[in-house]
Write a protein that binds this ligand. Sequence first.
Ligand code: PMP
Length: 452
Amino acid sequence: MPNPPTGGPSLPQERRLLTAIPGPRSRDLQSRKTAAVPQGIGTIMPVYAAAAGGGVVVDVDGNSLIDFGSGIAVTTVGNSAPALVTAVQDQLAAFTHTCFMVTPYDGYIRVAEALNRITPGDHAKRTALFNSGAEAVENAVKIARAYTGKQAVVAFDHAYHGRTNLTMAMTAKNQPYKSGFGPFAGEVYRAPMSYPFRDQGTDRGTDGPAAARRAIEVIEKQVGSENLAAVVIEPIQGEGGFVVPAPGFLPALAAWCRDHDVVFVADEVQTGFARTGDLFACEHEGVVPDLIVTAKGIAGGLPLSAVTGRAEIMDAPHVGGLGGTYGGNPLACAAALAVIELIETDGLVARARAIGDLMTEHLRKTQAGDDRIGDVRGRGAMLAVELVVPGTTAPDADLTRRVAAAAHAQGLIVLTCGTFGNVLRFLPPLSIPDHLLVEGLDLLDTVLEESR
Ligand code: PMP
């Protein structure tokens, strides 16, 4: 058996299967995992990583897998990108932690300045740093409540915002995220999302403002803007199924919020940092959110998240009202600065668009010959196919599971999502070479064919 590689981005950019997937070393680790880690922490693909870079993850058995997942949209600039490794190593040698709330450091300020500069809108902004996406969403709600003096929060059907108590309340899907974990935080209300594939046959299928009017009516009747602190929305929904709202939906919602003193919060945890072929997904429709929440792709895998927004809103909470021991950890800040620079110097926004073009063309061709593919959608390197019973919009979660499992067995890391469990989603690192994209897509065609 080969020794696990020592890794990094110099890894051969190839799919290589030396054992069954998972191999013996992974299976051994998986049985230790079962004994040591609670089952609540699930594993989508029990293949244990030894190294990763470019467009591959190499496992402990020496298999090299094509990565269409980026660790759930995190390693956008590629795993262990050399510039990021150097930046983090330099910071590691200088100091690991002082706590920004005790004796601060400039890395935090530089990340805040960079986010204030690159997020949508040229108004005065502030940025606060945290650790996880969920923690940042929670803080965006705290900030909106402090600013407006109001309490209610609106989230949407199919939304995912995290697994903490407040964000579980904001997340739509019961299984596996919420079931048995209540009671949930109060003053969270749900509005209907624009979901063009499932709104077919109504004017809302293509008419975003019509879908927004439906949502706004629910909000006005069931909540009331006089009680509403914030509307929180993913500009393209992630876990809920890569749902791209109909054009005009987001601008209409944002305009209503502006007119009613409601803070419009974009949760760009999954869509941010060049993933969708713009730095942020809001930009596709020129939407300028009051607050934007980022995480995942922000720091190449080091834990970091942020709330960035209008200075007057961000400054509403009192001194000491926000924070946390690790928020804006210096190592994560060094990584984030390297990520932001790499996006700019390596032209990763354009790369995401090119990946989107290549993959969309292929997936649409596949769809033309396969009536189980109801929809191909997404933007940039955030794409998905929704699998249905042919000729209907009835979700086929069983087929989706089988296709994903068969792809895994062939060495392709692919994730599923969606309220109905019938969406295959593709989130390759932007460092993936084209030949691996094509090989992964061809493989997907094969396993789709074999899953008939
Ligand atoms: N919001 C969105 C849109 C997400 O996709 C996620 C993670 N999947 C979160 C929030 C929560 O982020 P984290 O897992 O870092 O808490």
